[in-house]
Design a protein around this ligand. Structure first.
Ligand SMILES: C/C(=C\C(=O)SCCNC(=O)CCNC(=O)[C@H](O)C(C)(C)COP(=O)(O)OP(=O)(O)OC[C@H]1O[C@@H](n2cnc3c(N)ncnc32)[C@H](O)[C@@H]1OP(=O)(O)O)C(=O)O
Length: 277
């Protein structure tokens, strides 16, 4: 059963700065030379997570360590949460060093009864405007799946065999997970606290943040294709785990690219669709 809730609608506005120091740290995390970036250069498309962090007070942090969505959302009584997907439209470049106005709101909340229990699907919309332009430079929708406490049901998808041949492999480790969480001011414990991830949420290991997996995809796209993305859409189908190789496959269809991620057991865990101008 699905029930669509009317918009919560409260618009939250914030001042953000695309700080060179933070951009240099993202570069360092990705093993890119930080000295190749300067004020006035364009923020690489895919790196906007540093401008979309929540700034919740410590007293507002959820029991799972998640700082919240950065916009008011009533307590839905669903203590667990995973990123379901994102959809981004890049309209203009964001200059490094620029000041931005960020507008965020809950766009939609749907409630579902599923085999795993109650679920809410929450979509939040962010716009980033450079101060001198009336139209947003970037519009991003993020969908979070909120769930009841972990049951006996394992959240790990069934094994399907080996990863596909011809894929590029990347293995996120504890350090990468920590640095991504720190740069996004995200203290969710499934990415940082192995005992919590296993014992409280029932995962086999630390879960790779879907935003980090997306960043690894967009970096792969930047290096292999080199064209500017105009849109990207992701869907997270199964969790990816720390210290396990992720296999990335990329296919082109005209001006669109489809990237898929498989875990070390061959489970298709994520897909990303990219278009270019
Ligand atoms: C936290 C956090 C950030 C993160 O990045 S967490 C890591 C990244 N995300 C994931 O690893 C999620 C991977 N996906 C899953 O584990 C499963 O898909 C999930 C979400 C547990 C749902 O699986 P179920 O088997 O329990 O449910 P169903 O597949 O039957 O779906 C039930 C309804 O939910 C809708 N739905 C499912 N997945 C998504 C999705 N990715 N996006 C949007 N909607 C989704 C599905 O359509 C079903 O609805 P129907 O109307 O079709 O019944 C951080 O920032 O800290």
């Amino acid at each position: 059963m699905t029930t669509d809730q009317p918009e919560y609608g409260n618009l939250v506005t914030r001042q953000e700065t695309c700080a060179l120091a933070t951009v240099r740290r993202v570069a360092a995390m990705l093993d890119v030379d930080p000295n190749t970036f300067a004020n006035g250069d364009s923020l690489p498309r895919g790196w906007q997570f540093i401008l979309l962090a929540a700034d919740s007070r410590r007293s507002e942090i959820r029991s799972d360590g998640f700082p919240g969505l950065g916009v008011p959302l009533p307590d839905l009584g669903l203590p667990r949460l995973l990123l379901g997907g994102r959809s981004v439209e890049y309209r203009r470049d964001i200059p490094i060093g620029s000041n931005l106005l960020r507008k965020s709101r809950i766009q939609k909340v749907s409630h579902k009864e599923t085999l795993s229990g109650q679920m809410a699907i929450v979509t939040i919309e962010h716009e980033l405007n450079t101060v001198d332009e009336p139209e947003p430079a970037l519009v991003e929708f993020q969908t979070y799946i909120m769930m009841s406490a972990a049951t006996n049901r394992t959240p790990t998808a069934p094994a399907e065999g080996a990863p596909p041949a011809g894929a590029v492999s990347v293995t996120p480790d504890d350090t990468l997970l920590f640095q991504y969480s720190a740069l996004g001011f995200n203290s969710h414990k499934i990415h940082l606290d192995r005992a919590y991830a296993r014992e409280t949420e029932g995962f086999t290991d630390l879960v790779v943040n879907g935003g980090l997996a997306t960043l690894l995809f967009t970096e792969h796209f930047r290096k292999e294709v080199g064209q500017k993305m105009t849109t990207l859409r992701t869907k997270h189908l199964a969790p990816l785990f720390c210290a396990r190789p992720i296999s990335i496959l990329m296919d082109r269809d005209g001006e669109s690219w489809r990237l898929e991620a498989f875990d070390d057991r061959g489970v298709r865990a994520m897909e990303m669709l990219v278009t270019t101008a």
